[in-house]
Design a protein around this ligand. Structure first.
Ligand SMILES: [Zn+2]
Length: 244
């Protein structure tokens, strides 16, 4: 397999289910795409079954529409099992292969448990952490179809945006201004009619509220907050503080 068969991506956001990434960081992905960056999404499962969906085909159609709205270049759905997602060697390798193919500069994924929601999210975090590591390991080609290694330079964590609280235990929080893309984010989430029927309209208020709260804390109208797995550093402090 040759990596030139695959478009190199600037950022890949990893979710357990189609709609996770939209809820967590859809505004940031849309903003990046508008700025000319190449954006990808990897869903570890197709998210099915769920209570109100007729099946995976409809869910995947919804995911494709949402990706289109956000300006996402590549969306990959891995064939790992929804509701039974576990951090296994096979799952780690499967995701690491995608990193080797698309060679992202930034990987964004789950950074915390989601109590009362799917335990797949926590497993997704562990799989993503491991896959970032596996992606760069040499002398292991037999597990990766001969794909060359790729060291991911930056790994970030998100929380699902129902809860604006920051990730605890990490120091390098930062907020992306999504004032211009908040409505696009909400529209993308609305593509998932099987997940958010009219009875769940309150979800959109929560997501909007979380974006406004996160944004206000950083001096923006709306924002999405991330943590860096390493301390953030800069050579040019003014650019870092005021750079745009
Ligand atoms: Zn989910």
């Amino acid at each position: 397999m040759e990596t030139q068969d695959y478009l190199q991506l600037d950022v890949i956001a990893v979710g357990a289910h189609p709609d996770d990434v939209e809820i967590a960081c859809g505004g940031t992905l849309a903003s990046m795409s508008r700025r000319g960056y190449r954006v990808g999404i990897i869903d570890l499962t197709d998210g099915e079954p769920t209570p109100n969906s007729p099946g995976p085909d409809v869910r995947l159609e919804e995911a494709a529409k949402a990706a289109h709205l956000l300006g996402v270049h590549t969306r990959v759905t891995l064939e790992l099992p929804n509701r039974r997602l576990f951090d296994t060697f096979e799952a780690r390798v499967m995701l690491a292969k995608e990193f080797r193919k698309y060679r992202p500069a930034v990987v964004i994924g789950f950074g915390d448990k989601t109590p009362t929601a799917s335990p797949d999210h926590w497993q997704a975090m562990q799989i993503t952490d491991a896959a970032v590591f596996y992606s760069r390991l040499t002398k292991w080609d037999e597990h990766f179809d001969g794909l060359p290694v790729h060291a991911v330079p930056v790994q970030l964590y998100f929380r699902l945006a129902f809860e604006p609280a920051i990730l605890s235990g990490y120091h390098s929080h930062f907020t992306v201004d999504i004032t211009d893309t908040l409505e696009t984010k909400l529209q993308a989430i609305r593509c998932y009619q099987t997940q958010f029927p009219p009875a769940k309209e309150y979800v959109f208020d929560r997501i909007r509220g979380a974006a406004l709260t996160s944004g206000a804390a950083a001096g923006f109208h709306a924002g999405e907050t991330f943590v860096s797995t390493r301390a953030l550093g800069t050579r040019d402090m003014m650019k870092f503080l005021f750079g745009g």
